[in-house]
Design a protein around this ligand. Structure first.
Ligand code: ARG
Length: 394
């Protein structure tokens, strides 16, 4: 019987060396490469195709952009970020893992493999999906303890097609939702990055622009009056907001294994949509809902970061979010200014708001008079006064 293994394949150094290693070290007869499209740049597919051809690799490309974009918009509804990172790589991994599993099943594979190292988050995100099934899971780079240096030598010895050489100065992961840059000089937390690391964002100038984003039940559905599918909406906003330098994050990130890593990200659409959602929810939700949502967002983001988007908790949180977001319908005006996406206007038929009640110009709201607040003011701070914690005037 022929033993076949499906490999998550990008055409980069790690996954390229995995192809011969899976045969020589693990005894598989055939390797099937799978590249999943979650909105990487065109050049990455060209590289994957070219490398697959040079390796004589059976290779499949699966388009998962629409599905991935929907998950990104779930993250908008949840207002989810992890330490300021909008989770692009984290959200993409379960989608990629599922697609590869599908290809493996359709093409009679006995095992699944990835080229992740033993230091990062992605190994965990892939394997949580794969280990739910009954195919073997293999991680050659981690299991054989490979280093980039060793991989380069191995590739040179065997004349493997590693076009991009060592892959450049930084390790970069790009999809629809975010672009991450790490490694090289960025590993020094005090090193101030040069603008070379940015590809999606220009340095902010004095120029500003405004966009209007329409939401339906917590999901963005239109940009400047034009209805758009999730993929198109995200692409358009990455383009638009990126020109004004919106969506750069430079942070010390706590990885799942406990390692702290310096990460730089670009995510213009995510920053804009997250700000817009928060702006609209601020108009619609009660104070209690807004406060509770912060816990929900944090838990949702934590699970998403861990690649556990299918966890029962996430489904329960989504239930809460679906209910509270039924009313998050309306429109938000966002201004790109000084590298920020600032909400400058919002409207909704479900506003928990009365201009009349809040106005400085009216004394009464219905049958409630201003003077009715006197009793409330007398009681306010009652316990602080009793406890002696506050100055009682003596
Ligand atoms: N730290 C991020 C995460 O775990 C992004 C990692 C992206 N990988 C890379 N090679 N740049 O989600």
């Amino acid at each position: 019987m022929t033993a076949r293994v499906a490999l998550a394949f990008s055409g980069g150094l790690d996954t390229t060396v995995c192809v011969p290693l899976l045969k020589e070290e693990y005894g598989y007869d055939e390797v099937v490469g799978v590249t999943v499209d979650v909105g990487q740049p065109e050049a990455e597919f060209a590289e994957a195709e070219a490398t697959a051809e040079a390796l004589d690799l059976e290779h499949y490309v699966v388009d998962a952009r629409a599905e991935f974009a929907e998950l990104c918009l779930d993250a908008v509804r949840a207002e989810a970020t992890y330490q300021g990172y909008p989770l692009g790589t984290a959200l993409a991994r379960p989608v990629i893992a599922e697609e590869i599993l599908g290809v493996a099943q359709d093409h009679d594979c006995d095992a699944l493999a990835h080229g992740c190292t033993g230091k990062g988050n992605d190994q965990l995100r892939f394997e949580t999906v794969w280990r739910a099934g009954d195919l073997d899971v293999i991680a050659p780079v981690r299991e054989l303890g490979l280093t980039r240096e060793w991989e380069m030598e191995y590739a040179a010895e065997r004349d493997l097609p590693v076009e991009g050489g060592d892959g450049g100065t930084w390790s970069i992961d790009t999809n629809l939702w975010s672009r991450s840059v790490e490694g090289g000089d960025l590993e020094q937390p005090d090193h101030v990055p040069t603008t070379e690391i940015y590809e999606w964002t220009d340095d902010p100038t004095a120029e500003t622009a405004e966009v209007e984003i329409a939401f339906e039940s917590g999901y963005p559905v239109a940009l400047n009056g034009e209805e758009m599918e999730p993929v198109a909406l995200i692409e358009a906003l990455n383009e638009l907001a990126g020109r004004y330098g919106v969506g750069r994050t430079d942070l010390m990130e706590d990885r799942m294994l406990g390692l702290k890593v310096r990460e730089n990200y670009e995510h213009p659409a995510a920053t804009t949509l997250l700000a817009a959602h928060e702006g609209l929810a601020g108009l619609v939700h009660t104070q209690a809902e807004r406060q509770f949502t912060q816990h929900v967002s944090q838990q949702w983001a934590q699970k998403a970061y861990e690649g556990l988007i299918d966890a029962p908790l996430v489904s329960a949180l989504d239930g809460f979010l679906a209910e509270t977001n039924e009313r998050v319908t309306g429109a938000v005006t966002v201004r790109f200014e000084g590298g920020q996406a600032r909400v400058v206007g919002r409207e909704s038929p479900h506003a928990t708001y009365s201009a009349e009640a809040a106005s400085f110009d009216t004394a009464a709201v219905g049958d409630i008079e201003q003077a009715d607040a006197t009793g409330v003011a007398k009681y306010h701070g009652f316990q602080s006064r009793l406890s002696g914690g506050a100055d009682d005037g003596e």
